[in-house]
Design a protein around this ligand. Structure first.
Ligand SMILES: [Zn+2]
Length: 113
């Protein structure tokens, strides 16, 4: 499952960070996930417990900040909110845009002990 590899990637990322500070348990983890990152939040919730089992994240409280999609039209240069990759520019109808925000998938902060 796609979300399982995402969750395992997050665990790996947290482990790498903890090694740097020589901590061994995460109390809280804050994630930033863009609405265009292709993450199914329900699936992520579902796989999370098994992904973090026996890891430094096993007892961590998890917070997810969702970042809304934002695009910039390549034709009329207007910035607009985007719900999915196929949305056209609301001003001129152009399908050509640059995604400026919403693909994020990262660990924003870790509270360790
Ligand atoms: Zn436009």
């Amino acid at each position: 499952m796609h979300e399982l590899s995402i969750a395992l990637g997050i665990v790996k990322n947290a482990e790498d960070e903890l090694r740097k500070v020589k901590a061994n348990l995460v109390d809280e983890i804050e994630l930033e996930i863009g609405s265009l990152a292709g993450v199914e939040f329900n699936s992520l919730d579902f796989v999370w417990p098994s992904a973090v089992e026996n890891t430094i994240l096993h007892s961590a409280k998890r917070t997810i900040n969702t970042i809304p999609g934002q695009a910039s039209c390549l034709e009329c240069h207007v910035d607009f909110k985007i719900e999915n990759h196929f949305d056209n520019c609301p001003e001129c109808g152009s399908p050509f845009k640059e995604i400026v925000q919403g693909r994020e998938l990262r660990v924003k902060s870790l509270l360790v002990s």
